[in-house]
Design a protein around this ligand. Structure first.
Ligand SMILES: [Zn+2]
Length: 120
């Protein structure tokens, strides 16, 4: 699903989109000429492998997601809130969710079995 950047206005726009088992519910609101603020929640389950034993395991998403979407290349650095560049005038929610899954998959994590072994 994509939404054209210029169609998001100062009145909040509610969206719900699910891809790869993870659902994003968010409100989009224009913040300035080139910035949209996304305020939402990610829920669902994705798959990854355990960093210790290599077995498949679930990543459970239940978290808030706050982002700025910048129309065009973003050069200013804002460390308070993540800013994502929208390069073709369209916000791609499949890619946005997939990027969040990839980020979660690249964090260190061990499965329940390995956690129990650690506890001994
Ligand atoms: Zn494991």
């Amino acid at each position: 699903m994509t939404i054209e950047f210029h169609k998001v206005l100062f009145a909040p726009k509610e969206i719900t989109h699910e891809t790869k088992g993870v659902k994003l519910e968010a409100s989009l609101v224009k913040n300035s000429k080139h910035i949209i603020k996304l305020d939402g929640k990610l829920t669902g389950t994705a798959r990854r492998v355990c960093d210790r034993c290599g077995d498949d395991m679930d990543i459970v998403f239940d978290e808030t997601l706050k982002l700025f979407l910048h129309n065009g290349i973003y050069t200013q650095k804002n460390n308070d809130i993540d800013t994502i560049e929208v390069l073709d005038g369209k916000i791609d929610f499949d890619k946005l969710i997939e990027d969040e899954i990839i980020t979660a998959q690249s964090d260190f994590a061990v499965c329940g079995d390995c956690l129990n072994k650690t506890k001994g």
